[in-house]
Ligand binder design. Structure first.
Ligand SMILES: [Cu+2]
Length: 162
């Protein structure tokens, strides 16, 4: 390739790279395709737990945290530390149809601190983490039959935002 043409090709490649880089830098962070994370609330055998009870997120990425209650008890997903470190785009209340499709019943916008999901149902928390930290206050505060909280029965969790 002649030197002049090589220079031209390199300049075009450089310009394309620059365009791509700046497009990523100024993009709307809440409008990127979401990364799906599923957390089950409670177990089918009646154990009070978050499954998994350790989560990891990265700042700047959009997540769709699917909270699925697979038990016969209502459960909370409560974490003040987590709520303080994310930008919430929306929360969607969803319902599985008999044909397997999931439809959205409601969309809630604004700052969210906790979500309660009823037995057999699910909610989706769409958010972008904006601050890092190791979060240890994830819990479910619902009282069990023995008047102790689900958290006291082990329904707690840890979240890392990196
Ligand atoms: Cu619970």
């Amino acid at each position: 390739m002649p030197a002049r043409r090589q220079w031209f090709a390199a300049t075009i490649a450089g310009a394309l790279l620059l365009t791509t880089a700046s497009a990523q830098a100024v993009g709307d962070l809440a409008n990127q395709p979401p990364i799906d994370i599923v957390v089950e609330l409670g177990r089918a055998d009646g154990t009070h737990a978050f499954v998994p009870n350790r989560m990891r997120f990265e700042t700047g990425k959009l997540y769709r945290l699917i909270l699925r209650n697979v038990s016969l008890d209502p459960h909370y997903f409560t974490s003040d530390e987590f709520a303080a470190r994310v930008f919430t785009r929306k929360v969607q209340v969803t319902q599985r149809q008999p044909d397997g499709r999931t439809v959205t019943l409601a969309e809630v916008k604004g700052a969210i601190r906790e979500i309660e999901v009823y037995p057999g149902h699910a909610a989706e928390w769409w958010f972008v983490p904006v601050a890092t930290g190791r979060i240890t206050d994830l819990r479910c505060g619902i009282l069990a039959a023995d008047r102790r909280t689900h958290a006291a029965h082990g329904m707690t969790g840890e979240i890392a935002i990196e």
